[in-house]
Design a binder for this molecule. Structure first.
Ligand SMILES: C[S@@+](CC[C@H](N)C(=O)[O-])C[C@H]1O[C@@H](n2cnc3c(N)ncnc32)[C@H](O)[C@@H]1O
Length: 254
């Protein structure tokens, strides 16, 4: 039997975007947008892409970089849990990478996003999702940097009363998708490589929040401890280009 090895192969297996309208959920700095553009270029597809993020800070640079790769490229600021600016059954393929856990910072909001995905997809349309595994579901010693980094970020966020990413287990995502109406759901776990420089920047930002912030749980020892842990981790991984993280790719169809 043909064995699909990499996450990228599993995600793209059998996907043809010729003449298709694609929706990307969670543009961010455009990692996945770049990947879609690369596939479109390689296959000389004529593809329309609408990419949506609640934060538009990278839109200008992405538009400049990729506008010539698509038949049309539209970067829209919007909340994936409310896509009322997109018509019912108007999209052929939805690609949503590393974003549902961010939407689910506000628990259950990802379900509203899935409901919107189902509404805007054409019957037979594909939904492709990549996410990180939840930290409790893996042996964290196998992913030392990933796991320490996540635990520090989450601890600081809880201490400061801030929301934080809620990674969704693929089994729970599968149930939510079936409940929403999706079918033919398959998923596979993978070890992903994450850009260490970007990840470290995010960690440092959280440390700044801890140092600057104040709330009614102020405790110097806790603050100093978490600051020290953050600095140690940044030092330990300075010079590292990428690190491993446990992830999965899930595919479903309307
Ligand atoms: C980790 S980034 C996505 C990374 C990108 N897709 C990739 O493949 O590298 C998560 C993104 O989700 C966006 N986001 C979070 N909640 C959202 C929501 N409710 N609607 C739209 N975008 C949201 C954030 O602004 C952030 O840019």
């Amino acid at each position: 039997m043909y064995k699909i090895k990499s996450a990228e192969k599993f995600l793209w297996d059998g996907i043809d975007l010729e003449g298709k309208k694609v929706l990307e959920g969670g543009t961010s700095w455009g990692n996945t947008t770049d990947l879609i553009a690369k596939k479109v270029r390689e296959n000389q597809w004529s593809t329309e892409l609408i990419s949506i993020d609640i934060d538009d800070s990278h839109f200008e640079e992405i538009e400049e970089r990729l506008q010539n790769d698509f038949k049309s490229l539209s970067l829209r600021r919007g909340d994936l849990s409310n896509l009322d600016f997109i018509d019912d059954q108007s999209i052929d393929v939805i690609i949503c990478n590393y974003t549902l856990s961010s939407v689910d910072q506000f628990p259950m909001r990802a379900l509203s996003a899935l409901k919107e995905f189902y509404r805007v997809l054409k019957p037979g349309g594909d939904l492709l999702i990549t996410e990180e595994m939840p930290i409790w579901s893996v042996d964290s010693t196998s992913y030392p940097y990933w796991s320490k980094r996540l635990r520090i970020i989450k601890s600081i966020s809880v201490l400061r009363g801030m929301s934080y990413f809620n990674e969704i287990h693929p089994k729970d995502l599968e149930v939510s998708l079936i409940t929403t109406g999706f079918k033919d759901i398959i998923w596979n776990e993978f070890t992903e490589k994450i850009n260490a420089e970007r990840a470290t920047k995010f960690l440092d930002k959280r440390k700044q929040t801890l140092i600057k912030g104040s709330d009614d749980l102020e405790n110097k020892k806790v603050n100093d401890g978490l600051t020290e842990l953050t600095e140690e981790l940044v030092k330990e991984f300075s010079g590292t280009e990428e690190f491993s993280a446990p992830g999965y790719v899930l595919r479903g169809r309307k």
